[in-house]
Design a protein. Sequence first.
Length: 243
Amino acid sequence: MSALASPEIDILEANKAENPSGLPDFTTTEYKDAYSRINAIVIEGEKEAYDNYISIGTLIPENADELKKLAVMEMKHMKGFTACGRNLGVKADMIFGKKFFSRLHGNFQEALKEGNIATCLFIQAILIEAFAISAYHVYIRVADPFAKKITEGVVKDEYLHLNYGEQWLKANLETCKKELMQANKTNLPLIKSMLDEVANDAETLQMDKEELMEEFMIAYQDSLLEMGLDNREIARMALAAMV
Ligand code: PL3
Ligand code: FE2
Ligand code: FE2
Protein backbone atom coordinates (compact mmCIF):
# COMPACT_ATOMS: atom_id res chain seq x y z
CA MET A 1 0.00 0.00 0.00
CA SER A 2 1.26 3.48 -0.85
CA ALA A 3 2.34 5.67 2.03
CA LEU A 4 0.12 8.41 0.55
CA ALA A 5 -3.14 6.43 0.84
CA SER A 6 -5.68 8.03 3.16
CA PRO A 7 -7.32 6.13 6.06
CA GLU A 8 -10.66 6.25 4.17
CA ILE A 9 -9.10 4.42 1.25
CA ASP A 10 -7.59 1.84 3.64
CA ILE A 11 -11.08 1.16 5.01
CA LEU A 12 -12.61 0.89 1.54
CA GLU A 13 -9.92 -1.59 0.52
CA ALA A 14 -10.33 -3.63 3.66
CA ASN A 15 -14.08 -3.82 2.97
CA LYS A 16 -13.46 -4.91 -0.58
CA ALA A 17 -11.15 -7.68 0.60
CA GLU A 18 -13.82 -8.88 3.02
CA ASN A 19 -16.71 -8.48 0.55
CA PRO A 20 -15.45 -8.68 -3.03
CA SER A 21 -18.97 -8.46 -4.55
CA GLY A 22 -19.38 -4.86 -3.34
CA LEU A 23 -22.96 -5.75 -2.36
CA PRO A 24 -24.35 -5.08 1.12
CA ASP A 25 -24.54 -7.81 3.76
CA PHE A 26 -28.23 -8.80 3.50
CA THR A 27 -28.17 -10.60 6.85
CA THR A 28 -27.35 -7.72 9.23
CA THR A 29 -29.98 -6.31 11.61
CA GLU A 30 -29.33 -2.85 10.17
CA TYR A 31 -30.05 -4.02 6.61
CA LYS A 32 -33.18 -5.91 7.64
CA ASP A 33 -34.50 -2.97 9.66
CA ALA A 34 -34.18 -0.59 6.68
CA TYR A 35 -35.60 -3.25 4.38
CA SER A 36 -38.72 -3.62 6.55
CA ARG A 37 -39.66 -0.03 5.64
CA ILE A 38 -38.47 0.02 2.01
CA ASN A 39 -40.18 -3.30 1.33
CA ALA A 40 -43.41 -1.95 2.88
CA ILE A 41 -43.27 1.16 0.68
CA VAL A 42 -42.91 -0.94 -2.43
CA ILE A 43 -45.66 -3.42 -1.44
CA GLU A 44 -48.05 -0.57 -0.54
CA GLY A 45 -47.13 1.32 -3.75
CA GLU A 46 -47.89 -1.71 -5.90
CA LYS A 47 -51.15 -2.36 -4.08
CA GLU A 48 -52.31 1.25 -4.47
CA ALA A 49 -51.25 1.13 -8.14
CA TYR A 50 -53.61 -1.83 -8.60
CA ASP A 51 -56.48 0.11 -7.02
CA ASN A 52 -55.62 3.26 -8.98
CA TYR A 53 -55.68 1.59 -12.41
CA ILE A 54 -58.99 -0.06 -11.61
CA SER A 55 -60.36 3.35 -10.53
CA ILE A 56 -59.05 5.08 -13.66
CA GLY A 57 -60.92 2.41 -15.65
CA THR A 58 -64.18 3.79 -14.25
CA LEU A 59 -63.26 7.25 -15.64
CA ILE A 60 -62.21 5.91 -19.08
CA PRO A 61 -64.66 3.01 -19.61
CA GLU A 62 -63.53 2.45 -23.22
CA ASN A 63 -60.04 1.59 -21.83
CA ALA A 64 -61.23 -0.38 -18.81
CA ASP A 65 -60.00 -3.73 -20.19
CA GLU A 66 -56.53 -2.41 -20.91
CA LEU A 67 -56.41 -0.73 -17.50
CA LYS A 68 -57.48 -3.97 -15.84
CA LYS A 69 -54.46 -5.66 -17.48
CA LEU A 70 -52.14 -3.01 -16.04
CA ALA A 71 -53.76 -3.45 -12.62
CA VAL A 72 -53.22 -7.22 -12.73
CA MET A 73 -49.50 -6.63 -13.39
CA GLU A 74 -49.37 -4.45 -10.25
CA MET A 75 -50.87 -7.27 -8.20
CA LYS A 76 -48.15 -9.57 -9.52
CA HIS A 77 -45.49 -6.99 -8.58
CA MET A 78 -46.92 -6.78 -5.09
CA LYS A 79 -46.65 -10.55 -4.70
CA GLY A 80 -43.11 -10.52 -6.09
CA PHE A 81 -41.91 -7.91 -3.61
CA THR A 82 -43.69 -9.69 -0.76
CA ALA A 83 -41.62 -12.76 -1.67
CA CYS A 84 -38.43 -10.62 -1.61
CA GLY A 85 -39.09 -9.66 2.02
CA ARG A 86 -39.94 -13.23 2.96
CA ASN A 87 -36.75 -14.46 1.29
CA LEU A 88 -34.65 -12.18 3.54
CA GLY A 89 -36.65 -13.03 6.66
CA VAL A 90 -38.03 -9.47 6.93
CA LYS A 91 -41.51 -8.43 8.04
CA ALA A 92 -42.68 -5.35 6.13
CA ASP A 93 -43.77 -2.40 8.28
CA MET A 94 -47.07 -1.83 6.46
CA ILE A 95 -48.21 0.98 8.78
CA PHE A 96 -45.15 2.94 7.66
CA GLY A 97 -45.81 2.04 4.01
CA LYS A 98 -49.39 3.28 4.14
CA LYS A 99 -48.40 6.52 5.83
CA PHE A 100 -45.65 7.06 3.25
CA PHE A 101 -48.23 7.20 0.44
CA SER A 102 -51.05 8.89 2.33
CA ARG A 103 -50.79 12.44 0.95
CA LEU A 104 -50.42 11.31 -2.65
CA HIS A 105 -53.22 8.79 -2.08
CA GLY A 106 -55.47 11.59 -0.76
CA ASN A 107 -54.79 13.76 -3.81
CA PHE A 108 -55.53 10.85 -6.14
CA GLN A 109 -58.82 10.10 -4.36
CA GLU A 110 -59.87 13.73 -4.58
CA ALA A 111 -59.12 13.89 -8.33
CA LEU A 112 -61.02 10.63 -8.81
CA LYS A 113 -64.06 12.02 -7.04
CA GLU A 114 -63.95 15.12 -9.24
CA GLY A 115 -63.53 13.02 -12.40
CA ASN A 116 -60.17 14.68 -13.18
CA ILE A 117 -58.70 12.02 -15.46
CA ALA A 118 -55.55 13.95 -16.35
CA THR A 119 -54.68 14.46 -12.68
CA CYS A 120 -55.30 10.79 -11.83
CA LEU A 121 -53.16 9.64 -14.73
CA PHE A 122 -50.43 12.16 -13.98
CA ILE A 123 -50.20 11.05 -10.33
CA GLN A 124 -50.25 7.30 -11.00
CA ALA A 125 -48.95 6.69 -14.50
CA ILE A 126 -46.33 9.46 -14.64
CA LEU A 127 -45.15 10.48 -11.14
CA ILE A 128 -45.51 7.17 -9.29
CA GLU A 129 -44.30 5.07 -12.23
CA ALA A 130 -41.28 7.33 -12.82
CA PHE A 131 -40.50 7.12 -9.09
CA ALA A 132 -40.78 3.33 -9.18
CA ILE A 133 -38.67 3.03 -12.35
CA SER A 134 -35.90 5.18 -10.90
CA ALA A 135 -35.87 3.32 -7.56
CA TYR A 136 -35.95 -0.11 -9.20
CA HIS A 137 -33.08 0.75 -11.56
CA VAL A 138 -30.89 1.81 -8.64
CA TYR A 139 -32.02 -1.15 -6.49
CA ILE A 140 -31.19 -3.73 -9.20
CA ARG A 141 -27.50 -2.76 -8.92
CA VAL A 142 -27.32 -3.60 -5.19
CA ALA A 143 -30.10 -6.17 -4.63
CA ASP A 144 -29.74 -9.77 -3.46
CA PRO A 145 -29.89 -12.21 -6.40
CA PHE A 146 -33.51 -13.26 -5.71
CA ALA A 147 -34.83 -9.67 -5.52
CA LYS A 148 -32.70 -8.62 -8.50
CA LYS A 149 -34.42 -11.14 -10.75
CA ILE A 150 -37.89 -10.11 -9.58
CA THR A 151 -37.17 -6.38 -9.89
CA GLU A 152 -35.80 -6.79 -13.43
CA GLY A 153 -39.12 -8.35 -14.47
CA VAL A 154 -41.13 -5.65 -12.71
CA VAL A 155 -39.32 -2.67 -14.20
CA LYS A 156 -40.14 -3.84 -17.75
CA ASP A 157 -43.87 -3.69 -16.89
CA GLU A 158 -43.52 -0.24 -15.30
CA TYR A 159 -42.43 1.19 -18.66
CA LEU A 160 -45.71 -0.10 -20.16
CA HIS A 161 -47.62 1.75 -17.42
CA LEU A 162 -45.66 4.96 -17.96
CA ASN A 163 -46.29 4.62 -21.69
CA TYR A 164 -50.05 4.26 -21.19
CA GLY A 165 -50.13 7.55 -19.26
CA GLU A 166 -47.91 9.32 -21.76
CA GLN A 167 -50.05 8.31 -24.71
CA TRP A 168 -53.37 9.31 -23.13
CA LEU A 169 -52.00 12.65 -21.95
CA LYS A 170 -50.37 13.27 -25.33
CA ALA A 171 -53.66 12.66 -27.16
CA ASN A 172 -55.51 15.00 -24.78
CA LEU A 173 -52.74 17.53 -24.15
CA GLU A 174 -54.43 20.62 -25.52
CA THR A 175 -57.56 20.22 -23.39
CA CYS A 176 -55.80 19.19 -20.19
CA LYS A 177 -52.57 21.21 -20.13
CA LYS A 178 -53.76 23.61 -17.44
CA GLU A 179 -54.95 20.76 -15.24
CA LEU A 180 -51.65 18.98 -15.80
CA MET A 181 -49.60 22.00 -14.70
CA GLN A 182 -51.67 22.27 -11.54
CA ALA A 183 -51.38 18.52 -10.81
CA ASN A 184 -47.63 18.82 -11.20
CA LYS A 185 -47.39 21.83 -8.91
CA THR A 186 -49.32 20.03 -6.19
CA ASN A 187 -47.76 16.59 -6.46
CA LEU A 188 -44.15 16.88 -7.64
CA PRO A 189 -43.12 18.41 -4.26
CA LEU A 190 -44.71 15.38 -2.56
CA ILE A 191 -42.51 13.03 -4.60
CA LYS A 192 -39.48 15.09 -3.58
CA SER A 193 -40.35 14.87 0.10
CA MET A 194 -41.04 11.12 -0.21
CA LEU A 195 -37.58 10.75 -1.69
CA ASP A 196 -36.09 12.73 1.21
CA GLU A 197 -37.98 10.54 3.65
CA VAL A 198 -36.68 7.27 2.19
CA ALA A 199 -33.08 8.45 1.60
CA ASN A 200 -31.59 7.16 4.87
CA ASP A 201 -33.03 3.68 4.58
CA ALA A 202 -32.12 3.59 0.89
CA GLU A 203 -28.52 4.47 1.82
CA THR A 204 -28.43 1.44 4.14
CA LEU A 205 -29.33 -0.64 1.08
CA GLN A 206 -26.42 1.11 -0.71
CA MET A 207 -28.82 3.12 -2.87
CA ASP A 208 -27.43 6.59 -3.39
CA LYS A 209 -29.81 9.55 -3.07
CA GLU A 210 -28.21 11.61 -5.86
CA GLU A 211 -28.46 8.62 -8.16
CA LEU A 212 -32.15 8.15 -7.26
CA MET A 213 -32.84 11.81 -8.00
CA GLU A 214 -31.01 11.66 -11.33
CA GLU A 215 -32.84 8.54 -12.43
CA PHE A 216 -36.16 10.09 -11.43
CA MET A 217 -35.51 13.32 -13.36
CA ILE A 218 -34.54 11.33 -16.45
CA ALA A 219 -37.75 9.24 -16.43
CA TYR A 220 -39.91 12.29 -15.53
CA GLN A 221 -38.46 14.61 -18.18
CA ASP A 222 -38.49 11.91 -20.87
CA SER A 223 -42.17 11.32 -20.28
CA LEU A 224 -43.05 15.03 -20.41
CA LEU A 225 -41.16 15.27 -23.70
CA GLU A 226 -43.04 12.22 -25.02
CA MET A 227 -46.32 13.91 -24.08
CA GLY A 228 -45.42 16.79 -26.38
CA LEU A 229 -44.40 19.47 -23.88
CA ASP A 230 -41.60 21.81 -24.93
CA ASN A 231 -38.30 22.44 -23.13
CA ARG A 232 -39.50 25.61 -21.43
CA GLU A 233 -42.66 23.92 -20.13
CA ILE A 234 -40.61 20.97 -18.88
CA ALA A 235 -38.12 23.24 -17.11
CA ARG A 236 -40.98 25.15 -15.50
CA MET A 237 -42.59 21.92 -14.33
CA ALA A 238 -39.34 20.46 -12.97
CA LEU A 239 -38.72 23.64 -10.96
CA ALA A 240 -41.87 22.91 -8.98
CA ALA A 241 -39.82 20.28 -7.10
CA MET A 242 -37.64 23.04 -5.64
CA VAL A 243 -40.24 24.71 -3.47
C1 PL3 B 1 -46.26 1.13 -9.39
O1 PL3 B 1 -46.10 0.26 -10.40
C2 PL3 B 1 -45.20 1.02 -8.40
C3 PL3 B 1 -45.32 1.87 -7.21
C4 PL3 B 1 -44.24 1.66 -6.22
C5 PL3 B 1 -43.42 2.87 -5.90
C6 PL3 B 1 -42.28 2.55 -5.07
C7 PL3 B 1 -41.24 3.61 -4.92
C8 PL3 B 1 -40.15 3.10 -4.06
C9 PL3 B 1 -39.15 4.07 -3.58
C10 PL3 B 1 -38.22 3.55 -2.52
C11 PL3 B 1 -36.97 2.82 -2.90
C12 PL3 B 1 -37.22 1.38 -3.21
C13 PL3 B 1 -36.13 0.50 -3.60
C14 PL3 B 1 -36.62 -0.80 -4.18
C15 PL3 B 1 -36.66 -1.87 -3.17
C16 PL3 B 1 -37.45 -3.07 -3.52
FE1 FE2 C 1 -45.75 -2.02 -10.43
FE1 FE2 D 1 -46.78 0.25 -12.49
